[in-house]
Design a protein around this ligand. Structure first.
Ligand SMILES: [Zn+2]
Length: 181
């Protein structure tokens, strides 16, 4: 089961659409699980209103989960991750690799993507598919149409349909089967 929790206000219709696109992608029950506050412990002093992604996943309150459940947080404030070998790419989300929790933010979505529209839902779902994929250890994918393609690569924004390529889909199915046994 994938449980989707909002940390800032979202339209219920948008959350519902993301849930149904996650269900279509992974074949796992996905449902909205309410709202929780942003964890103050994860807010950075500079710049204020930015949240440390790793800390947020550790500190945010949880809903009741069983062993192979996944928890996806949706938020709108900016996320921060320490600079890596590739510098600091724009952060649209973060996940516990092979773990249970992931977060997606709309902070860096283009301004023209308005809430309540199909385009907004598809973009949010695509990012959600990517971050949830990482909780099953899916890695970055070279296929530009695939949701596991890096979001800062050109193909990610041009291919708007939220989907996995066959390779990533098969890999996710394998991981989900393993988790269930
Ligand atoms: Zn792929």
């Amino acid at each position: 089961m994938i449980r989707v929790v909002t940390l800032e206000p979202f339209l219920p219709e948008d959350v519902g659409a993301v849930c149904s696109l996650l269900y279509q992608t992974y074949g796992l029950g996905t449902e909205p699980a309410g709202s929780l506050p942003l964890p103050e412990e994860a807010e950075r002093k500079k710049p204020a209103g930015t949240y440390d992604a790793e800390l947020l996943l550790l500190e945010a309150e949880s809903v009741k989960l069983v062993a192979d459940d996944k928890l996806l947080y949706l938020m709108k404030s900016k996320l921060y991750v320490p600079e890596g070998p590739l510098g600091s790419p724009p952060i649209h989300g973060h996940a516990q690799m092979g773990g249970q929790r992931a977060v997606v933010t709309t902070a860096l979505f283009p301004k023209k993507l308005r809430e309540g529209t199909e385009e907004f839902r598809m973009r949010l779902a695509k990012q959600a598919i990517r971050e949830i994929g990482r909780t099953w250890d899916l890695r970055s994918c070279p296929e530009p149409k695939c949701a596991m393609h890096p979001p800062w690569a050109e193909g990610f924004e041009t291919h708007t349909t939220p989907m996995l390529c066959n390779f990533c889909r098969e890999r996710s199915e394998e991981r989900i089967r393993l988790a269930a046994t």
